[in-house]
Every structure is written in C-alpha cells, then in structure tokens.
Design a protein around this ligand. Structure first.
Ligand code: ACO
Length: 325
C-alpha cells in the first residue's frame, strides 16, 4: 500500500507588537522617510504587521507555533521524528534554528534541519517532509516557517520596509494510508539572485557587504505572477486535478495584487483566495502556514477541503503543494 503524508494539526504565533501603517508612517517620519496608510494599502493590501522584540528569535516564534500545532494534532513533541524549519532569519549562523527549536520543545534525537528558500521555504520544507514520510525515513514531522524579517529591513528605504513582518506557522505532518499531500512542484532560477537579496555575509568577525534587504519590486512582481500560475498548473497536472478541484488557494502573502492576479489566472473566484497579508504583511517562509492556521481556526478551511499552497521568493524560488486537508 502506498504511503502518503497528511496534515494532522496546524499552529501559528505572532509576536504581540502590532504595528499599523499609521504607526509605521509616524515612526518613519521621525527618520525623514515619507509614506502613508493610503499608499501601502493601495499598492500592497497591507494594513498592519507584527514586529518581534529585539531579544526574540525565529526559533522562539517557531517553537510557540509548533506547540500549538502539536496540541491541535493531539501529539507530544516526543512523538516527532523530524523537524524542518523554513527560515531566512535563523537565530545564528549555526547550528540551525531547527536544532535550537528542538531543544526549546524539550526533546532530543530526532532529525532537525533548516531549509533556506526565502519566501518559498515552507513549500520547499513541506515537499521535503512529504518525500521523507513517503520513503519511510520519517513518520511524524513538524514543518515550521518562522521569520524575524524586521531584522533585515532598511527603515530608510520606504520601498521595502513597509512590506514585511515577523511571525511563525507550523504543521504536524504524519504518515497516512490516504492523501494528504497529492502533488508538489518546486523550482529555482539563480539568474535572478540580485532582484531580491540580503547581500551581506559574516567573515573574519565582521559583516561583509550590506546586511539589509534589497528588492527590485517591479521585477519581482512580474516574475511572481507568471511562475505562480505555472507551478499551480504543473501541480494540478501531476495530481490529475483541475482548477475547479481547488477549494482554497493559499499563496505566499506578499502583495494582494499578485495574489488576486494568480487567483484570476486559475479562474478561481476571489472568495477562494485566503488573505492574511492585510494583517500580517509579508512574513516570508511563515506566511503560508500562518494563513493556513488562521483559516483552520476560524472554521473557513474544513477537513476534506483541497488546498493549493504556493510560494515564491528570493533565489528566485517558487513552488506549489496540492493537498487534501
Ligand atoms: N510610500 C509612499 N510612496 C512610495 C513608497 C511608500 N512606502 N514606496 C515607493 N513609493 C513611491 C516611489 O518612490 C514611486 O514614486 P515616484 O513615482 O515619485 O518615483 C512610486 O511610489 C511608485 O513606486 P513603484 O516602485 O513604481 O511602485 P509599485 O506600484 O511598483 O509598487 C511594490 C511597489 C509594492 C514594492 C510592488 O512593486 C510590489 O509589490 N512588488 C512585488 C514585491 C513583492 O511582492 N515582494 C515580495 C515577494 S518575494 C518575497 O516575499 C521575499
């Protein structure tokens, strides 16, 4: 009998400090940077984001989301034999955020590692966990997206600092006789490294290069719209499904205009588009599991619904996962 993986619990966590566009505009004005709620809402759909306190790390946010996902799945941390954390803002250069998070959950021994695919990270991590479960290498996985993107922002650059936020989302993924995950499709094109990057690195005890986020917003926008449609279509084809089989589209929450345009290309009514970017901003690898958990807990997404998850981000990376919830 074929082995599948299925999500048995979801969880998420947002740091308590909520910053509205108006709050941010006031803060930026103090630095001589001009922006407005009207501009941010019209161009991105974002109304607010959460920022973590300076001492709070991605593994702190991820551990809290993981605890909530474990509780929803009715599992203990000791039941887990694989932890994958998708993040571009790990606590330290090494060890991985996954190892630090494992310790925070009070367990030891299970495999734990990070996946770095920027905003596609959760879709990449979920695909890796699914493959490990299908192969028998794991039985019960925690797959987590956790970010403190606020640490990478240049608060003198209004074209980027208004877009991002901090948070974490998690799922428990377990071996099952029935799907679960139906198909996935991952891609990268390193030709586009420069359009979205944090070019700095650590060398000889110093930061070399610029450690703040750089983005060519229009280039990202154009690429994102095209690849998101392609990934969704490829994933549907692998699963033998069509657009009409999708109950909920959960794209990476970066910009409402990219998300709506993807839904339109897939001929989905906008009611089937899950939107949390308005309240969370772009939380990179955390955005999809955050949106998933919010919709599960609000009762919007029900057991048996078919979900299309789609990520796109720096690399350039992109991908999709189709699953029965
Ligand atoms: N407040 C006020 N004005 C602003 C702001 C701001 N925060 N930012 C830019 N502007 C101004 C610009 O200076 C420009 O003014 P000008 O015409 O006088 O020169 C004007 O607004 C238009 O700027 P554009 O960059 O052309 O605005 P655009 O409509 O392209 O929107 C945006 C910019 C929102 C960044 C858009 O390009 C976008 O969403 N791109 C995709 C970005 C994205 O989704 N990135 C993440 C995906 S991958 C990942 O998640 C890591």
């Amino acid at each position: 009998m074929r082995r599948y993986s299925r999500i048995t619990g979801t969880g998420s966590y947002l740091p308590p400090r909520r910053v509205t566009n108006a709050d941010l505009a006031t803060e930026l004005a103090g630095r001589g940077v001009e922006t407005s709620d009207e501009w941010i809402v019209a161009r991105t759909g974002i109304q607010a984001r959460h920022f973590a306190a300076p001492e709070v790390t991605s593994s702190d946010l991820g551990a809290e989301a993981a605890r909530r996902a474990l509780e929803a799945a009715g599992r203990a941390a000791s039941d887990i034999d694989l932890i994958i954390v998708a993040t571009s803002t790990p606590d330290m250069v090494f060890p991985s955020a996954a190892c630090i998070l494992q310790r925070k959950l009070g367990v030891a021994g299970c495999a734990a590692f990070d996946v770095q695919a920027v905003c596609s990270g959760f879709v990449y991590a979920l695909t890796v966990a699914d493959a490990m479960i299908q192969s028998g290498a794991a039985n019960k996985a925690l797959v987590i997206g956790a970010e403190v993107f606020s640490r990478l922002l240049d608060f003198t650059d209004r074209t980027t600092c208004v877009l991002f936020g901090d948070g974490a989302g998690a799922v428990v993924l377990e071996a099952s006789d029935t799907p679960g995950i139906l198909a996935s499709d991952l891609h990268a094109d390193g030709q586009h490294v420069g359009i979205l990057c944090v070019p700095g690195t650590v060398s000889g005890g110093q930061v070399l290069g610029d450690p703040l986020l750089k983005m060519d917003g229009q280039a990202v926008f154009k690429l994102a719209v095209g690849v998101l449609e392609d990934a969704a279509r490829a994933t549907l084809a692998k699963a033998g499904k069509t657009d009409a089989d999708i109950d909920w589209l959960i794209p990476h929450q970066a910009n409402i205009r990219i998300m709506q345009s993807t839904a339109k290309k897939l001929k989905l009514p906008l009611e089937k588009l899950v939107v949390t970017v308005d309240q969370h901003g772009n939380t990179s690898a955390a955005s999809i599991p955050l949106a998933l958990d919010a919709s599960v807990r609000s009762g919007k997404i029900q057991r048996g619904d078919t979900l299309m998850l789609e990520g796109v981000g720096g690399g350039f990376t992109w991908g999709a996962v189709l699953l029965d919830f």
